[in-house]
Design a protein around this ligand. Structure first.
Ligand code: CP
Ligand code: NVA
Length: 307
């Protein structure tokens, strides 16, 4: 039984700096095979949006430990026909040992957590994507060692990724700069929350419309799609607004020469990131995708109390 056993993960803000550090250490030990936890438990995936990495990394993590997974996307369960979250959460809790939910409103996820009596994991909402950021921090740590004092610059939409990056950086001492068009900046309440959670009150949190200034001297450049799931019909209108925020060879020249490039994926090449940067020597995007497996396994081990 650890400090996270039986808990939910709805936002990174629920984790203490020590808990995040322990999750990252556990993810590292799992990656190198130092620990080989076993389980006979069952994870349910209740996804109302598409997913490759989150679905497969959580599933593989459970299978590698001997556990089971039920993929319950909305179209094959009664969720798609409107069965209330309150009922679904209580029923699933009688069968499953943990539930990962990918949905639109954070409020729906919170309702799952309120009514379920097993851990509920945020597998992405419109507001946050905490599981992704655990893998991102693991990737930064692999490349730079100590996270404290690094500078991560995120260019693009002030979306779920930007929100979780702000919180994850604050809780690990990483300076965080978000460059986004004026109308697409992160929610002020999330920025304020990140500021309040900083482990180092002097660490930087900058929200700016200027991608060049934000990229200058950064240790990591990070981007995500310009139109998230559910915003597909805005994609064409957004394109000209976001073009200055593309991560390309010119922006890379402003960053630290040792800087790494991250993208949560899926990517739209030549929109938010060029092919040359994605496939270039500073890209750690494929390691980052692999680390979803290790970070998600660390999370499951902790929430299910498997060590
Ligand atoms: N990055 C990420 O969460 O990818 P999926 O949408 O494929 O799960
Ligand atoms: N912001 C993206 C992240 C995908 C992993 C989305 O919500 O679609």
């Amino acid at each position: 039984m650890g400090a996270l056993t039986g808990r939910n993960l709805l936002s990174l803000a629920e984790l203490s700096p020590k808990e995040i550090a322990e999750l990252l250490n556990l993810a590292r030990d799992l990656k190198v095979g130092k620990l080989k936890p076993r389980t006979d438990k069952t994870l349910g995936l209740v996804f109302s949006k598409a997913s490759t990495r989150t679905r497969v990394s959580f599933s593989t993590a459970m299978f590698q430990m001997g556990g089971n997974v039920l993929d319950l996307n909305a179209s094959i369960s009664q969720v798609g026909r409107g069965e209330p979250v309150q009922d679904t959460a209580r029923v699933l809790s009688r069968y499953l040992d943990a539930i990962a939910v990918r949905t639109f409103a954070q409020a729906d996820l919170e309702t799952y957590a309120q009514y379920a009596d097993v851990p509920v994991i945020n597998a992405l909402t419109d507001l946050y994507h905490p599981c992704q950021v655990l893998a991102d921090l693991q990737t930064l740590q692999e490349n730079f060692g100590d996270l404290k004092g690094l500078t991560l610059t995120y260019c693009g939409d002030g979306n779920n990724m930007a929100h979780s990056i702000l919180l994850g950086c604050a809780l690990t001492g990483v300076n965080c700069r978000i460059a986004a068009p004026e109308d697409f900046q992160p929610l002020p309440e999330v920025v304020e929350q990140a500021k309040a959670l900083r482990i180092d009150p002097n660490s930087e949190i900058t929200i700016t419309p200027d991608p060049q200034a934000a990229a200058t001297g950064a240790d990591a450049l990070y981007t995500d799609v310009w139109a998230s799931m559910g915003q597909e019909d805005e994609a064409d209108d957004r394109l000209p607004r976001f073009t200055p925020y593309q991560i390309n060879d010119n922006l890379m020249k402003l960053a630290n020469p040792q800087a790494i490039v991250l993208h949560c994926l899926p990517a739209h090449r030549e929109e938010e990131i060029t092919e040359s940067v994605m496939e270039g020597p500073q890209s750690r995007i494929w390691d980052q995708a692999e680390n979803r497996l290790h970070a998600q396994k660390a999370l499951l081990v902790s929430l299910l109390g498997l060590l």
